[in-house]
Design a protein around this ligand. Sequence first.
Ligand SMILES: Nc1ncnc2c1ncn2[C@@H]1O[C@H](COP(=O)(O)OP(=O)(O)O)[C@@H](O)[C@H]1O
Ligand SMILES: [Mg+2]
Length: 243
Amino acid sequence: MKLELRGVSKRFGRQQIFENLSASLEFQHALVLVGPSGGGKSTLLRLLAGLIPPDSGTIHLDGSPLPNDEAALRAYRTHLGIVFQAYNLFPHLSALENILLPLTAVLGLSRSIATERAMSVLDRFGLADHAHKRPHALSGGQLQRVAIARAVAIQPKLLLLDEPTSALDPEMTAEVLDLLAELRDEGRPLILVTHEMGFARHTADMVAFVSGGKLLEARAPESFFSSPSHPEARQFLERVLRY
Ligand SMILES: Nc1ncnc2c1ncn2[C@@H]1O[C@H](COP(=O)(O)OP(=O)(O)O)[C@@H](O)[C@H]1O
Ligand SMILES: [Mg+2]
């Protein structure tokens, strides 16, 4: 998969987040974005998801530009699986109903076909016994797996995940990371923001370092983690790998 940013600028109020950012990133299955907090990773992911528009410039995925009118953007988003920290499950719906909703309301599948698909994904993710529980009755790891199941059930062309493990304890983190590694092995392309450097190292085929609204380095994980070339990337890794 090829992701190109061509002169992308984005500001929030008076704060310029990206200024004329250009980059071309090729990856096979998993692109991982790392970098210090506030560097622009989530904003970049939201731009890629078509959730916010760039002020100028274009983003191309496999050569096609992201659309810029609302109707085409809505169609574009139906091919994406999005798991963001803020994307919570509906509290009044069961795990199964949360997964059914986009399948019936957005993709227009019949209730019976959607149910079959949702149950098979829940089953695969080891969640079949929890299908009828509401979010309050699920653990953090289970919730996040339901959120990922919901994203995968739509059979997206691309999965976008923003720190899907940041609110989880180590055991639940491992659960979710195992699941992501499996999806990657299946060949489902994903772009992930994470602070889990070990996971990034083993799962990414491309790591991009984003800091201060710039994409300072993008390399294969082995060379990025063993010998980062940008001084900021070096400092960042020293800091996060110290403990
Ligand atoms: N909706 C928003 N309104 C105003 N400022 C924002 C908004 N979203 C992000 N920012 C700012 O943009 C910068 C980059 O944020 P973000 O993309 O969330 O970074 P990261 O995900 O790397 O921590 C931060 O300074 C943040 O405060
Ligand atoms: Mg973020």
